[in-house]
Ligand binder design. Structure first.
Ligand code: GDP
Ligand code: MG
Length: 301
């Protein structure tokens, strides 16, 4: 019997790992678009976000997750852990991302969570571009290999793209056959409005370095598209008035830079001119307050 032409290889891939190993960078490179924001700060990704890529033969649905981390005292951390762990259910493949040469206690915690999931696990050893001596990978692989059973072990560079085509063919060979899960033109499950909010948060994290309180949030107040321009205004919430000064900077310079960087990225993403207005407001203790978290869409799943 001949195969139905509509059938292709389709599957969900959970990308999991401790914070900062490069999960969001990996998803963006695989999708070929900036869907998930990245920075060198551990809590950059706060939401579960889907990145979708459709080719002639396959549809890849990547699930980027906030890294599982150990601080569970703050409510925001607990919510992020919940999002990371629930992403493991109902996927076809789990991509466990670690950093070449750097195995930590946090990696072990993630591995323990993965072991209770049913999907096969591919160990992705990322950031191999940083290794001066590639032979140093071998003892690292041996150590990690002894801790669990992996379907496959692949050294990759999410940043440079090393081994990503090989990863894609491996993944599609593990997918079941089905009709596409999402419309073939979709690249994500999130709205442009949501992605724009995230881009603003990324610029905050990148521009403010260590000064940035990680309890900063961005709330979209207006997002209106006209044929000529998209008008966006967003509020940046901080916890203390001293933090407000940090975000705004001398004579408003910092906020201006954040706004320009964000506007350029949003214009690229949505393919239209953007008029972006940013405000900074103080709300004490927001990261502990579940209601505010929800109103900011932090539990959006
Ligand atoms: P996540 O927290 O796991 O999502 O990590 P991110 O994707 O936000 O990346 C954390 C940091 O690692 C960022 O500064 C990335 O640019 C960097 N990074 C990610 N992948 C690679 C890689 O393959 N090579 C190098 N050199 N850096 C990477
Ligand atoms: Mg991330």
């Amino acid at each position: 019997m001949s195969k139905s032409p509509d059938l292709m290889r389709c599957g969900y891939v959970a990308i999991v790992g401790r914070p900062n190993v490069g999960k969001s960078t990996l998803m963006n490179h695989l999708i070929g678009q900036k869907i998930s924001i990245t920075s060198d700060k551990p809590q950059t990704t706060r939401h579960r976000i889907l990145g979708i890529k459709t080719t002639e033969q396959a549809q890849y649905v990547y699930v980027d997750t906030p890294g599982v981390h150990t601080g569970t005292k703050k409510h925001i951390n607990r919510m992020m852990n919940k999002a990371a762990i629930s992403a493991l259910a109902d996927v076809d493949v789990i991509g466990f991302v670690v950093e070449a040469g750097l195995w930590t206690a946090e990696d072990l915690i993630v591995l323990e969570k993965i072991k209770s999931a049913t999907a096969p696990v591919i160990l992705l050893i990322n950031k191999i571009d940083k290794l001066a001596d590639k032979t140093s990978l071998l003892p690292f692989i041996e150590t990690v290999q002894s801790l669990a059973e992996f379907k496959e072990i692949m050294p990759v560079s999410a940043l440079k793209g090393n081994n990503l085509p090989q990863l894609e063919s491996l993944l599609s060979s593990m997918f079941p056959e089905s009709a596409p899960i999402f419309p073939v033109d979709d690249v994500t499950d999130k709205s442009m409005r949501f992605l724009a909010t995230e881009i603003i948060r990324e610029k905050l994290m990148r521009k403010l370095g260590q000064e940035l309180p990680y309890s900063v949030a961005v709330e979209m107040e207006e997002y209106k598209t006209t044929p000529r321009i998209t008008n966006i205004s967003a509020c940046i919430w901080v916890e203390r008035s001293s933090q407000k000064g940090i975000v705004i900077g001398k004579q408003g310079q910092k906020l201006k830079e954040i706004g320009t960087d964000a506007r350029l990225d949003i214009e690229k993403l949505i393919g239209s001119k953007v008029n972006l207005k940013l405000w900074v407001k103080v709300k004490e203790g927001w990261s502990e307050n579940e209601r505010i978290l929800r109103s900011l869409g932090l539990d959006e799943q």
